[in-house]
Design a binder for this molecule. Structure first.
Ligand code: IPM
Ligand code: MG
Length: 361
């Protein structure tokens, strides 16, 4: 039987609650006769590790992950450690170290979820945002001089490379092509940013020629926010730079009803390294340790993990079960206006997996 090696990195805050919940659900799928099993290895990296060792993860940490089939990640962020240290010392170290250049963020309004857009049907909102995940505004290029002096200066350079833009555009066009509507919106800001974003637009046009069956358009990022609210059904797949997509994906998650539901995949499409799957919500220290965290974002991330492993039947079953669970208001956590606990939602998902007719998935 195929055994998948999965690295689990709960990280900080509610990551420590939702990642074990994700492991429980993956183990339940394996136990339900899906034809594979998991070999989990846990890594206690994050804020506590930083306090003990002075770094968010060991210097050789990437080597411990390298031969895994996938990584399940919780969150990195700690109120007592500057955010740029927690981010760059753990999550970005893995994303960049393993060249996970495609960040994929699906958004849908799941059954039973009360979403804020009152003028549209739930089915109108079915998007995948492809976020460039290796360069742009997050390239880490910049500097700070004369600290504390009146002449202090600082820069964060948004760096775009032709290779980096070509590969994310190709990924996005291919993903759009695989979806029923074959529709891609290239998000840009080439009116104001007249160098890199102009190259971004030119490369989009160039790559579009490889995908004659994909219908595509361009939208400025500010206009894209309004379009997401006013004409959600006019969008399907979107591709945007690292920072633009960071912002748009929070808007997307909120429009779909809760940040607690939204999943992410950090993918190395060439499969040279393990890809990493995580909920979008972050560490949420205000609710940590109370059993209030919504595990659905992690479960949906597990669906993406299974898809990446090629376990499409198990992925489909888990997504069906997630939708059954969100459809029941008694199983809504506090972010959705309910009072169910992380544990109750996890158990409900596991019970439904166990009850699914064998062989049907
Ligand atoms: C995300 C998050 C991160 C980001 C934070 C935690 C730094 O907002 O994954 O969208 O900006 O990339
Ligand atoms: Mg974000």
């Amino acid at each position: 039987m195929k055994t998948y090696k999965i690295a689990c990195i709960p990280g900080d805050g509610i990551g420590q609650e939702v990642v074990p919940a994700g492991q429980t659900v993956l183990a339940a799928l394996a136990a339900a006769g899906s034809g594979f099993k998991f070999d989990f290895e846990n890594f206690g990296w994050g804020g506590d590790w930083f306090r003990a060792h002075g770094e968010m993860m060991p210097a050789a940490g990437l080597d411990a992950l390298r031969d895994k089939d996938a990584i399940l990640f919780g969150s990195a962020g700690d109120p007592h450690i500057p955010d740029h240290i927690t981010l760059w010392g753990l999550r970005l170290k893995i994303c960049q170290g393993f060249d996970q250049y495609a960040n994929v963020r699906p958004t849908r309004i799941l059954p039973g979820i009360d979403a804020p857009l009152k003028r549209c049907q739930p089915a109108d909102l079915d998007w995948v945002i492809v976020r460039e995940n290796s360069e742009g505004e997050y390239s880490g290029v910049g500097g700070r001089v004369h600290q504390g002096q009146p002449i202090e200066a600082a820069t964060d350079l948004s760096m775009m490379t032709r290779a980096g833009v070509e590969r994310i555009m190709r990924y996005a066009f291919r993903l759009a092509q695989s979806r029923p509507r074959k529709l891609l919106t290239v998000v840009t800001k080439s009116n104001a940013q007249r160098h890199a974003m102009v190259m971004w637009d030119e490369i989009a046009l160039q790559i579009s020629k490889e995908f004659p069956d994909v219908q595509w358009d361009k939208e400025l990022v500010d206009a894209a926010t309004a379009r997401m609210v006013n004409r959600p059904a006019s969008l399907d797949t979107l591709v945007a730079t690292n920072l633009h997509a960071d912002i748009l994906s929070d808007l997307a998650a909120a429009l779909a009803g809760s940040l607690g539901i939204a999943p992410t995949a950090n993918i190395d499409p060439e499969r040279r390294y393990p890809s990493m799957f995580e909920p979008i919500h972050g560490s949420a220290f205000d609710i940590m340790g109370k059993g209030l965290a919504n595990p659905v974002g992690t479960f949906w991330s597990c669906v993406m993990l299974l898809e990446h492993l090629g376990e499409l039947d198990a992925a489909r079953l888990l997504m069906q079960v997630i939708e059954q669970v969100t459809a029941d208001p008694a199983l809504h956590t506090r972010d959705l206006g309910g009072s169910a606990s992380t544990q109750q939602v996890t158990q409900a998902v596991c019970e439904r997996i166990a009850a699914a007719p064998a062989g049907r998935h």
